[in-house]
Ligand binder design. Structure first.
Ligand code: HEC
Length: 119
């Protein structure tokens, strides 16, 4: 029985590469990364864009922040956010960012003020 469970886990993991993108996207939003880096991950104001950047670069940066190394005072903001990420989450989130592709729904919502958010 245990063997079957592991087979299943293996099969799920093989299929998971497709899902990494979606998982990474969920983490990106659930961890609040969008608050500074934007809903399209293209950056906001002084916060850098992350979409389309090489996975190796993003991974390197996040791992560095996680060990509390920030090259600028501004970048120290990243330390608590990076510390909330596991290795697996860094892996998924950097997949999402490096393979980023536009989604129609996001584009439509961007820069429009209509909707019921008018509080
Ligand atoms: C409070 C605002 C804020 C939040 C939230 C935030 N970041 Fe950042 N992020 C920054 C700042 C500031 C920098 C550093 C910019 C610099 O080096 O000048 C940065 C840099 C980065 C970099 C390196 C980019 C580069 O060009 O050097 C990555 C990768 C990154 N953030 C990923 C994330 C991820 C993933 C999350 C969510 C877990 C996240 N950030 C949440 C503010 C934020």
């Amino acid at each position: 029985m245990k063997f079957f469970v592991w087979l299943l886990v293996g099969a799920v993991m093989i299929g998971a590469s497709d899902n990494l993108y979606d998982k990474g996207k969920k983490i990106y939003f659930s961890k609040g990364c969008n608050g500074c880096h934007g809903v399209n991950a293209k950056g906001l104001g002084e916060y850098p864009g992350l979409a389309y950047r090489p996975k190796s670069f993003l991974t390197y940066k996040l791992q560095r922040y996680r060990t509390k190394i920030a090259d600028t005072q501004q970048a120290q903001l990243m330390i608590p956010f990076a510390q909330g990420l596991s290795d697996a989450q860094i892996q998924t989130i950097t997949t999402f960012l490096s393979e980023y592709h536009e989604e129609a729904s996001h584009d439509k919502n961007e820069n429009t003020s209509r909707g019921d958010g008018g509080s």
